[in-house]
Design a protein around this ligand. Structure first.
Ligand code: CU
Length: 152
């Protein structure tokens, strides 16, 4: 008897999920990215976003300007990576997978944004001969603390 409502819920979820996916893909989310003109892995990350349906505006920036931008948006030294992006008021620092950016703008948590500190091998834009290392996508809170948003 108790299984029936659960089953109904499960079926309802199955029905709901494809439409949620379709909604997320129907409008191209637009992201603005700041990076140095010569950063190759940054360029590959931009291509990764575009391949996943993002409209990307790229700003070529000097390293010192990039540092200033990171500091201004609340990305400290320990959270920093090569490029910095902004989407829907959120900061996207480093090689964050497109799927996590989409989840962020769908779930809309109260936070500064996401960061993948450093440049982990195998993250989007950092592919090297199929090698990968484990990395976490961090949710950067308004007080500067972080929590794990996704593990890869
Ligand atoms: Cu990089």
């Amino acid at each position: 008897m108790t299984m029936r409502p659960l089953l109904a819920l499960f079926v309802a979820m199955l029905w709901a999920s494809p439409s949620v996916v379709a909604m997320a893909e129907s409008s191209a989310p637009s992201i603005e990215v700041w990076k140095s003109a010569t950063c190759a892995c940054c360029g590959k990350w931009v291509e990764h976003l575009e391949a996943n349906g993002f409209a990307v505006t790229v700003n070529a920036t000097s390293p010192s300007m990039l540092d200033r931008i990171k500091r201004k948006v609340g990305i400290g030294r320990t959270l920093a990576s090569c490029h910095t992006g902004k989407i829907d008021g959120y900061v996207i620092e480093g090689h964050v997978p497109a799927s996590d950016v989409k989840r962020l703008i769908t779930e809309k948590p109260d936070a500064i944004g996401l960061s993948v500190p450093g440049m982990p091998i195998g993250s989007p834009g950092m592919e090297q001969d199929g090698k990968t290392e484990a990395y976490d996508v961090l949710l950067v809170k308004r007080d500067g603390t972080t929590e794990i948003f996704a593990r890869h």
